[in-house]
Design a protein around this ligand. Structure first.
Ligand SMILES: Nc1ncnc2c1ncn2[C@@H]1O[C@H](COP(=O)(O)OP(=O)(O)OP(=O)(O)O)[C@@H](O)[C@H]1O
Ligand SMILES: [Mg+2]
Length: 539
């Protein structure tokens, strides 16, 4: 056979083979088509932890997966497999509708980044039928840009964005599908922006998932506008509590429905009964276990209040040179959940407190912490530092050996009539060797709250705290450390009203106290007359 003839034959053979292959794939597709039904789709396509995805014992999930209302809202307790639903929902939509766009958002950048890597991408790579959908093109890493982007080989795209980040970037992206996770913490202004991105789409579908939070919050308001379905295990159906509300299809999902929890004996640590005892905070038990909104102690600071303080242009600094000076607050971590936090801030030209450095210590050795803090005091030209002595009397003495009265210890007390006082003698009248102040805890918490919620004379919001947000991953953790506080009104012996602030165990507020101690540092510097060191060690 001549060369050219041989080539012609081989071309023909490969053509036939190619045809056979594609016919085979077509036949296969006809015999076993990719299901359109989201439930069958997930069972057939998704692999979770090495096994095919299953709805076994989760009858309540089926109507939810099949709900194709334009707006779906889920109010849930913790760990109800709802982020997984979002993964399935987005993938199913994008894969079955080529050339469509989805948006995923959650409040913090670290949540979005975890979703992207541990959930979404993993779901794509673990499934033999989805693997080919992920485009070879390297998508922009989250963090490099405000928006992460995952292109699919069928022309669909998924965008991932942090709601607490620079959300304006989303305005230019027309989308067909949107999923909001951890909705209870998403700020109100983000929702209309997402609604707008969906406005030109013929799909225009949005799902919202959140853990129950406070009665009266934006999340609870949206829930109230839904048909508020509850699961009736007996009839195996979702029953709307407000059937007249048609705009939002709502589901309440809690741990009492979870097959892996409801079968546990009360003695099991994961049983509802055990959690009722273990969760010392009523709020957390209702929210996280029963998925119920909580009506109780007021939350004086909401995430919106803190988000109003963001400055997207600035990042944290690594030093501050004279003539500028800064003030530092140090809250020593004690117990299981608290960490030592140092907060350093400086006044800007608009008389606002600009946070320039904040750090949560992974280092647990108190003396090493003292060493690091000492270096920071120098690096940032700290004029005055105030540190809590509740957990840190020894650390404060160590710092005072190096810095004398540049570092002052602070003890919170309850004395509203004298919110800040220099302490020179102890309870028995003896002079104290440490330089200390007593501060009324509630007064200073309220001072901090007022600075954050400050309004200018026209009534416009004008926060006097500026939080650098150019690198959200470094800073976003502080928000929860401010918003976790609750206020309880009490009466003093003399019949006066007194605001008492608490926070539940497991929700540390160390950053807030770092800010407060730094405020006290500034106030202390302005107290007259200046403290003379010899006084303390005399007689
Ligand atoms: N159908 C399923 N079968 C088995 N495990 C599942 C299933 N769906 C989800 N999971 C697993 O259950 C765990 C909790 O799921 P997921 O994170 O989706 O819940 P969540 O409601 O979003 O929880 P959180 O309150 O933490 O946000 C995860 O480890 C997830 O992989
Ligand atoms: Mg989740």
């Amino acid at each position: 056979m001549s060369f050219s003839k041989r080539r012609r034959v081989s071309e023909k053979v490969s053509l036939i083979l190619g045809n056979v292959a594609s016919t085979k794939a077509e036949l296969q597709a006809v015999r076993n088509p990719i299901p359109q039904d989201p439930v069958q789709w997930a069972e057939r396509i998704r692999i979770l932890k090495g096994s095919p995805f299953t709805f076994q014992d989760r009858e309540y999930l089926l109507p939810l997966y099949r709900d194709n209302s334009h707006r779906v809202i889920i109010v849930k307790s913790r760990q109800m497999e709802m982020t997984e639903w979002i993964v399935n929902w987005i993938l199913h939509k994008l894969v079955t509708h080529p050339f469509t766009t989805a948006i995923y958002t959650a409040p913090r950048m670290d949540q979005v980044s975890r979703f992207s890597h541990d959930r979404f991408r993993k779901a794509l790579l673990d499934s033999p039928e989805l693997r080919d959908f992920i485009s070879k093109a390297r998508e922009a890493e989250l963090g490099e840009t405000a928006i992460g982007r995952i292109p699919f080989s069928n022309g669909s795209i998924c965008y991932l964005i942090s709601a607490w980040g620079d959300f304006g970037a989303l305005r230019n992206i027309p989308a067909d599908f949107a999923a909001i996770d951890e909705m209870q913490d998403v700020q109100q202004e983000a929702i209309p922006v997402i609604e707008e991105t969906l406005s030109h789409s013929s799909f225009g579908t949005m799902i919202m998932v959140g853990t129950a939070s406070d009665e009266g919050s934006e999340f609870s308001r949206v829930w109230q506008q839904s048909d508020m379905k509850e699961w009736d295990a007996e009839s195996g159906a979702w029953i709307p509590q407000r059937p007249q509300n048609r705009f939002y299809s709502g589901y309440h999902i809690d741990q009492r429905m979870a097959p892996w929890i409801k079968s546990l004996p009360p003695t099991h640590p994961n049983s509802i009964e055990a959690k009722r005892i273990r969760y010392r905070s009523e709020r957390r038990f209702l929210n996280e276990v029963l998925g119920l909104f909580y009506r109780g102690l007021a939350k004086p600071l909401l995430s919106e209040d803190l988000l109003a303080c963001r400055d997207f242009q600035f990042a944290l600094m690594d030093h501050l040179d004279p003539p500028y000076v800064s003030y530092a607050g140090i809250d020593w971590g004690g117990g299981q959940h608290a960490f030592t936090v140092i907060w350093i801030m400086a006044k800007d030209d608009k008389d606002r407190w600009r946070l320039i450095y904040v750090r949560k210590f992974d280092e647990r050795d108190p003396m090493k912490q003292v060493q690091i803090i000492g270096n920071l005091i120098e690096q940032f030209n700290v004029k005055q530092a105030v540190a809590d002595i509740g957990y840190g009397a020894v650390q404060v003495s160590e710092l005072q050996k190096r810095f004398a009265s540049r570092v002052i210890g602070c003890q919170y007390i309850r004395r509203p009539e004298l919110p800040l006082e220099r302490k020179t003698v102890d309870e028995s009248g003896k002079r104290v060797a440490q330089m200390l102040v007593n501060a009324d805890r509630s007064f200073w918490i309220e001072t901090a709250i007022e600075l954050i919620k400050h309004k200018d004379p026209t009534g416009a919001l004008n926060p006097l705290l500026v939080i650098p947000w150019a690198e959200p991953l470094d800073i976003e953790w502080i928000i929860e450390q401010f918003t976790c506080i609750e206020m309880e009104e009490q009466e003093t012996v003399s019949g006066k009203r007194y605001h008492h602030y608490t926070h539940s165990e497991g929700e540390p507020d160390d950053a807030l106290h770092g800010f407060i101690y730094a405020l006290i540092a500034d106030a202390y510097g302005r107290m007259a007359p200046p403290l003379v060191v010899q006084d303390l060690f005399g007689d």
